[in-house]
Design a protein around this ligand. Sequence first.
Ligand SMILES: [Zn+2]
Length: 182
Amino acid sequence: MKPENDPRRLHLSSFAQSGGHLLGEERLAHFERLIAETQGVGAEARVHFSAHGEMRLGGDGVQQVWLRLSAQAALALTCQRCLGPAEVTVEFAREFRFVATEELAAVEDEVCEEDVLVISRAFNLLELIEDEFLMALPIAPMHDTCPVPVQLQAADADFDQGEDESPNPFAVLQQLKRNGPH
Ligand SMILES: [Zn+2]
């Protein structure tokens, strides 16, 4: 790996000027904020990412530094139905434009459609990947089919019990007919 292609210290303008492409993976354990979402489950799972750098001509005729970033990971999120771990594939694909200063980034991020960030010679791509994952997490992760449908089982048991105790309505009807008006 070229030193400027280290995802922890990416030299963004060189990366974009050379049309750089970085394909990598990192242990989930590395992403502290992300693994907090899985209650520490799946530390050895891999986060896969792909980054492309490119220069694009801006409306003002000035070359701009762009980064296309996508990533994917299978995360053991907490199922909101049974509260067990549910493996959910989370992914995102986004484009970022880089500008020289924090002030410029703040202003342009407001008015432009794309995400605008501050350029750096030692940009931590993994931090950006983590930020994007946190935003891409489903609000209510759930199993398609919960392995232990705790709530449903409890409801079924109650229902069965209730049925055993209450008299069969048809039997009651028969009884009424038999004892009908004398
Ligand atoms: Zn579940």
